[in-house]
Design a protein around this ligand. Structure first.
Ligand code: FES
Length: 261
């Protein structure tokens, strides 16, 4: 099969970008979109031209690196898959495919299709961890967790931090990502000591970095390659209000440092 590509090319963060058209021929429908870009890049390199910069790692839908907007949709036409799991058979022979980076103010473009999503790392560092002892492993059943709660925590933990939720949201809200990270720890017993400080610090960092607020568009969960539910945003909001209330009851020197109470 053959396709026409309209690819966003941008030399660097400070440069103006533009769409450039490429023809890609002799493609197998069973190639992934990233393999197709590899073929295009081989041709560009043979001609001495600058290959298209795009980010990828696992190519198995688990690392969240391959953040592309394909035909206007973060991660492309299918629900519940990452860009690297999008195959050429998803497109008609002769189709024109438009490929752009994730666009949001807190995700500046580094080059071509690669955007800087380290803002997510900063949010994680603000509180997305637990302080359990790191000694020998305890017995698996030493801390009982009800099965429905464990399942819900695992649903939240499926977030791969790709940023599709931000790219899909008209407000560039990171609330689906942050709510998944808050919930995966806040639901479990090991996550209780920092439950309040976690949600307060992560939400505050999210705001500081320029992400917008949720206005219930649900585009985030529609674009999420791991189908994270927007219900986690409601859960995070409840946690946040509770944490604010509890921190206001504490002595000033200790405010915001308490457990779930
Ligand atoms: S390359 Fe890992 S999720 Fe796509």
């Amino acid at each position: 099969m053959s396709v026409t590509l309209r690819v966003w090319r941008q030399a660097g963060p400070g440069s103006a970008g533009k769409f450039v058209e490429y023809q890609a021929a002799n493609l197998s429908p069973n190639m992934s979109l990233l393999e197709m870009l590899d073929v295009v890049n081989d041709d560009l390199e043979k001609r001495g031209e600058d290959p298209i910069a795009f980010a990828h790692d696992c190519r198995e839908g688990i690392c969240g690196t391959c953040s592309l907007v394909i035909d206007g949709k973060p991660h492309g036409p299918h629900q519940g898959v990452a860009s690297c799991q999008t195959y050429m058979r998803s497109f008609a022979d002769g189709a024109t495919i438009v490929i752009e980076p994730f666009r949001a103010k807190p995700f500046p473009v580094i080059k071509d299709l690669i955007s800087d999503r380290s803002a997510f790392d900063q949010i994680q560092q603000a509180g997305g961890f637990i302080s359990v002892r790191t000694g020998a492993c305890c017995d698996a059943n030493a801390i009982p967790v009800p099965k429905p709660v464990a399942d819900l925590a695992m649903d939240a933990a499926a977030c791969i931090g790709c940023g599709a939720c931000v790219a899909a949201c008209k407000n560039a809200s990171a609330m689906l990502f942050v709510s998944a990270k808050v919930s995966q720890l806040g639901l479990l017993p090991q996550g209780q000591p920092e439950r309040d400080t976690r949600v307060l610090n992560m939400v505050s960092k999210m705001d500081e970095l320029g992400f917008g607020n949720c206005t219930n568009q649900y585009e985030c969960s529609a674009a999420c390659p791991k189908l994270i539910s927007h219900d986690f945003i409601a859960r995070m909001n409840r946690d946040y209000i509770g944490a604010l209330f509890r921190s206001s009851l504490q002595p000033a020197s200790n405010a915001g440092a308490g457990g779930a109470g």
